[in-house]
Design a protein around this ligand. Sequence first.
Ligand code: INI
Length: 156
Amino acid sequence: MNIIEAPVATPEAKIAIVIARFNNFINDSLLQGAVDALKRIGQVKDENITVVWVPGAYELPLAARRLTNKKKYDAVIALGTVIRGGTAHFEFVAGEASSGIASVAMNSDIPVSFGVLTTENIEQAIERAGTKAGNKGAEAALTALEMINVLKAINA
Ligand code: INI
């Protein structure tokens, strides 16, 4: 039996984070969690992390696609927060963000991870941004790094 699995540390990786400004009071914590995980667990160098801000989660896929097309990064991490909270916009923004990022991921050769919170209310978002339900930004960062190494191992 052949089993392929890979570690998380990627000391030479170049990582792009694309992050929405909308709900930035939550997204700032996702970013902090992602950068901490990249550096402290993934051993990624500070100078190899690029952060790109876009207006909202709806804009994440286009920027993520541009970043993957640059062929300069080993992975892209998309961060944002869409809160239902009474906005009719929710389904459209959350839907486009998730299907758009999935489409970018499937059409690129590098990992594109989905660190976008889609929650019913602000409390749920806070819980997932570094309090009792972990930090979705850190999770997305570690997923991206593990996938870099998994893809490398599949190719080896
Ligand atoms: N953008 C978000 O990132 N989160 C939201 O919760 C949100 N809501 O609720 O509207 C949101 N809207 C803005 C959207 O992402 C676009 O920036 C805007 O529609 C312009 O394209």
